[in-house]
Design a protein around this ligand. Structure first.
Ligand SMILES: [Zn+2]
Length: 262
C-alpha cells in the first residue's frame, strides 16, 4: 500500500512484512529511502515514481546493509546509491559466501541477485542533509539494530524513515550485531525530534510519539528476557504482555533472544 503522509512524502508499505520504502519529493528532485531485496521489485518503485513526477531522482539512500533493504538498487547500475560510511564499507566488501548463502536460500528467485554490483556508493556524513528543493532530508547514524543503521528525517513534514530501529506491527529483528544499549539510546535521541509519522523498516506506518514509547517498552522487554536467560533464571515460556501480542512474526523475538545468548 502506498500512503502519502504529507504532501509529496510517501511510504510504500509492504503488507507481507517485507521491507518498506520511502519516496520523498522536493521542488527540484526526489530521493528514495531503501530498495527492497529484489531489483525487479525495486523497478516497480521506480515505475511508480515515474507516474508521480518527472523530476530527477538524486539517489537511493540505504538505511543499513541488510539485503532486504539494500540489494534492490544494486541491480540498477545507473542510479546513485547514498549510504553512511559504515554501510558503504560493509556493502563494498560483502563476502561472496554471505551473498551465495542468501541466493541459495531464495532458490530460483536467487538468480535475480546474480547481477548485483556493490560499487560506487556515495558517502553521506552523519548529520548531513540533502536538499531536494524546499525540502531537506537529514541523516542520522544511530546504530542499535546494526552499527550502521541510519535514519532519514524529513523535518518540514515531521516524517521519520526509521528503518529497523522502530517497532509498530511487526516484531523487531535482533541480530548478531545489534546492540540493545545503543538501540535504546537511539530511541531517546529521536524522542527530541518532532515526529508526526514513523515509517518503520517493516510493518505499518504509525504515529510518532506512540511509536517511540512502544519501541522503548518493547526493547526493555527484550533486554529483560535476554538478561534473565543469561542469568539462568527459569523461564519455561515467555508470557508476552498483551500490548505486544498483536505483533506479527513472534518467531523473530525468539530468534533474536537466542542469538544474544550465544
Ligand atoms: Zn535490518
Amino acid at each position: 500500500m502506498i500512503r502519502e503522509l504529507f504532501p509529496d512524502v510517501f511510504a510504500v508499505e509492504n503488507e507481507e512484512g517485507g521491507s518498506n520504502v520511502g519516496i520523498i519529493v522536493g521542488k527540484n528532485s526526489l530521493l528514495i529511502v531503501d530498495s527492497t531485496l529484489f531489483p525487479s521489485k525495486f523497478q516497480q518503485i521506480l515505475d511508480f515514481c515515474a507516474t508521480l513526477t518527472h523530476k530527477p531522482l538524486i539517489g537511493v539512500f540505504l538505511t543499513h546493509y541488510h539485503p532486504d533493504h539494500s540489494f534492490g538498487v544494486m541491480g540498477h547500475a545507473g542510479i546513485e546509491k547514498l549510504t553512511s560510511e559504515k554501510t558503504q564499507k560493509i556493502l563494498e566488501n560483502i563476502p561472496k559466501e554471505y551473498l551465495n548463502d542468501i541466493k541459495s536460500r531464495l532458490g530460483e528467485n536467487g538468480k535475480e541477485l546474480d547481477r548485483l554490483e556493490f560499487r560506487v556508493l556515495r558517502r553521506i556524513e552523519d548529520g548531513a542533509t540533502v536538499d531536494l528543493g524546499m525540502r531537506k532530508v537529514r541523516f542520522m547514524n544511530l546504530g542499535g539494530h546494526t552499527p550502521d543503521l541510519t535514519v532519514a528525517y524529513v523535518e518540514d513534514a515531521g516524517v521519520l524513515f526509521a528503518s529497523d530501529l522502530m517497532v509498530t506491527t511487526v516484531h523487531a529483528e535482533i541480530v548478531e550485531d545489534s546492540d540493545m544499549n545503543v538501540w535504546m539510546k537511539a530511541i531517546e535521541q529521536l524522542s527530541r525530534l518532532r515526529i508526526e509519522y514513523v515509517v518503520p523498516g517493516h510493518g505499518a506506518v504509525a504515529e510518532g510519539k506512540k511509536t517511540l514509547n512502544f519501541t522503548r517498552d518493547y526493547l526493555k522487554l527484550a533486554a529483560c528476557v535476554i538478561e534473565s536467560l543469561k542469568n539462568n533464571k527459569d523461564m519455561e515460556y515467555l508470557d508476552l504482555p498483551s500490548e505486544f501480542q498483536h505483533l506479527r512474526f513472534p518467531e523473530l523475538l525468539v530468534e533474536g533472544v537466542v542469538r544474544k545468548l550465544r
